[in-house]
Design a protein around this ligand. Structure first.
Ligand SMILES: O=C1C[C@@](O)(C(=O)O)C[C@@H](O)[C@@H]1O
Length: 248
């Protein structure tokens, strides 16, 4: 279990995270207000949707509106399904700035980044007391189980607070495959796991985390940051139904 502010990740119902995907300060503010009314467990700012790299004013707007809620800072690179191409130096700079700002609680760092960028950022997050989500995304396929296991193990090995894997299914076997990996790794890894199979076919992986071991699920507050996310209210209702029955 990992406690971020008041949120216990890895205990009970999977925690719902809603992404902010605004392209400018006005949109970001509007979404932050809307999301804060919905009251999810966590908020993610997807920085790659933002038209600028001047991140501090946007972080201040978000923090002003979400109050005490845990905030994830995520610049998703174009290689892993993100919106915008930036240089390694820019990636390093904005992540360091965010970590020094005192405005974020977690940072998403991709496993497959060049090691010279990735490892110093992990070290910096540790130094600043910011939790790291080491993530990996495959928008084309669901890799072999052994490969998925290796990626999750590697995330833990290099210092992740949370290991995350998002993959794309082609059929129901692929969905079973990531659920099998999740179910196995939940008792092998010492850190919380977050996994999802994207798109419509993968939807059940976003709902069934309490049984199989995925501790955070991403929903939508009107706009999606990845295929397959469903509306916050429906997601919350399904998670509640599962939670109430699973503990009977
Ligand atoms: O990595 C993830 C998970 C995600 O890709 C999803 O499939 O819900 C959505 C992203 O915003 C987040 O950073």
């Amino acid at each position: 279990m990992l406690k971020i502010r008041d949120i216990e990740i890895g205990k009970g119902r999977p925690k719902i995270c809603l992404p902010i995907t605004g392209i400018n300060l006005d949109e970001i503010k509007e979404q932050a207000i809307h999301i804060s009314k919905l009251n999810p467990d966590l908020v993610e700012w997807r920085v790659d949707f933002f038209e600028s790299l001047d991140i501090i004013p946007a972080l201040e707007v978000i923090r002003n509106h979400i109050g005490h809620k845990p905030l994830i800072f995520t610049f998703r690179t174009i290689n892993e399904g993100g919106q915008k191409q930036i240089t390694d130096q820019e990636y390093l700079m904005i992540n360091e700035r965010a970590m020094m700002s005192g405005l974020i609680d977690l940072v998403d760092i991709e496993l497959k980044l060049p090691v010279v960028i990735r490892n110093p950022l992990i070290a910096k997050a540790k130094q600043q007391g910011i939790a790291t989500i080491i993530s990996n995304h495959d928008f084309d396929k669901t890799p072999a189980q052994e490969e998925m296991i290796n990626r999750l193990r590697e995330a833990e090995l290099i210092g992740a607070s949370i290991a995350k894997l998002a993959v794309m299914p082609k059929n129901s076997h692929d969905v079973l495959s990531i659920l099998t990996v999740t179910n196995k790794m939940k008792s092998i890894l010492k850190i919380p796991l977050v996994t999802m199979s994207m798109g419509g076919i993968g939807l059940m992986t976003r709902l069934s985390g309490e049984l199989f071991g995925s501790t955070i699920t991403f929903g939508s507050a009107g706009q999606v940051s990845a295929p397959g996310q469903i509306d916050f209210t429906n997601l919350s209702t399904v998670l509640d139904i599962i939670h109430e029955n699973i503990t009977k």
